[in-house]
Design a protein around this ligand. Structure first.
Ligand SMILES: Cc1ncc(COP(=O)(O)O)c(C=O)c1O
Length: 385
């Protein structure tokens, strides 16, 4: 089976992890900070806070934004569960904004209209999580303007978008979002096995997230309520979590970061080949808005169903039977039983639902060979022709 995504781990990565295994620090040593600093430099951000996964990163980013019970978080329905669940962890209400029919990202115009209504009802969100779906940022310029106008904190869920750029600057630079979250799960652009990070330019947010990832503890005398009892002293000043990443994981992430440009270059070659090889088939191919450069975590095609005899499901199953490990990103989050129980229903976000009925993620990862990709295209062509 050709998978839809997979990590590319080489000997340099293995050596980097082994070096940490042989060192004095397996967990909270110097490599985490090196990984954070390297990511911050690469993304042109002032601060980076590494954690055990992007779900935890989203949670502490929401807490740092002050999200709590009685507040609202809005996000895209076309995302992984974590982009919405982070609001629920904070006790906030979650709502969604439908997607743009071209980019399949949260639609800035739909957001604008929903904010006008929310302002008149007194139900404005405190946080908007703008998901960079498949590796492409949303219309962040427009969304950032709305964040100024309506006073919500803009968090970019760039789990798919390590190494992407927008408006000429790296995703994560903090020009538009207060905080940017990355995932280093193995199918993502670079991996630390499990791992996540929040980037921000605001020192008070970074400091809060550093505390929240480690039990709400501090060793910094300026954050304490009384004088230190001695060199052993720490204080718990709020309720935090054990969301720490390890030095072992950070070593892998740091080593992978050296190869980020090469990974993205190969992804772009594969995109150019898919675009060329699939042209003319009854498929809608991904589109990129002006000013955005996707990291191409995913290559999603939409079936033009009026022009294809087999159903969406039949195409999906036939590809899997042919050894092509396609996937579907995403089941609209509002249609999950948990969110239906909170009052969401079919038809609430029609663009995301239409998208779900047509989308298929084709294999996309740096180790995919031209020959494998040709086979994927050949099988897809056979099944839908
Ligand atoms: C858009 C998005 N956000 C958040 C996450 C959560 O990432 P992690 O697995 O690192 O917790 C994912 C993971 O698939 C994702 O795709």
């Amino acid at each position: 089976m050709i998978p839809y995504g997979r990590q590319s781990v080489d000997q340099a990565d293995i050596d980097a992890v082994v070096a940490v295994l042989q060192s004095d620090w397996l967990t909270q040593g110097p490599t985490i900070e090196r990984f954070e600093q390297a990511m911050a430099r690469r993304c042109e951000a002032a601060h980076a806070v590494a954690v055990c996964n992007a779900t935890a990163a989203l949670h502490i980013a929401c807490l740092a934004a002050g999200l709590g019970p009685g507040d609202r978080l809005w996000t895209s329905p076309n995302t992984f569960l974590a982009s919405a669940n982070c609001g629920r962890y904070c006790g906030a209400e979650v709502d969604f904004v439908d997607i743009d029919p071209l980019t399949w990202n949260l639609d800035a115009n739909a957001l604008r209209l929903k904010l006008v209504v929310a302002e008149s009802n007194g139900t404005l969100p405190k946080v908007v999580v703008a998901v960079a779906f498949a590796g492409q940022s949303c219309d962040m310029q427009a969304i950032a303007e709305l964040s100024e106008r309506y006073g919500f904190t803009l968090i970019e869920d760039a789990s798919h978008a390590v190494g992407a750029s927008y408006a000429g600057r790296p995703v994560g630079c903090g020009e538009f979002a207060a905080m940017t979250v990355f995932s280093f799960h193995p199918v993502k652009i670079i991996t630390s096995a499990e791992g996540g990070m929040v980037l921000t330019n605001r020192p008070e947010l970074a400091e809060r997230m550093q505390r929240l990832r480690s039990h709400g503890m501090t060793r910094d005398p300026t954050q304490m309520t009384e004088h230190s009892h001695g060199p052993w002293y720490y204080q718990q000043v709020e309720l935090g979590f054990n969301y720490r990443i390890t030095d072992l994981q950070a070593a892998l992430g740091l080593s992978q970061l050296d190869k980020l440009d090469g990974f993205i270059a190969r992804r772009r070659e594969l995109v150019a080949r898919y675009d060329r090889l699939l042209a003319g088939l009854p498929l809608t191919l991904p589109s990129i808005q002006p000013g955005a450069e996707s990291a191409w975590h995913l290559y999603v095609v939409r079936l033009q169903r009026a022009r294809i005899t087999p159903s969406h499901r039949q195409v999906f199953e036939a590809l899997r039977e042919a050894g092509v490990g396609v996937n579907l990103h995403y089941i609209p989050v509002h249609l999950q039983p948990y969110y239906r129980d909170l009052g969401f229903a079919d038809g609430d976000f029609p663009e995301a639902e239409r998208y779900y009925a047509e989308a298929i993620s084709l294999p996309m990862y740096p180790g995919l060979s031209d020959e494998q990709q040709d086979y994927v295209v050949e099988q897809l062509r056979r099944i839908i022709s």
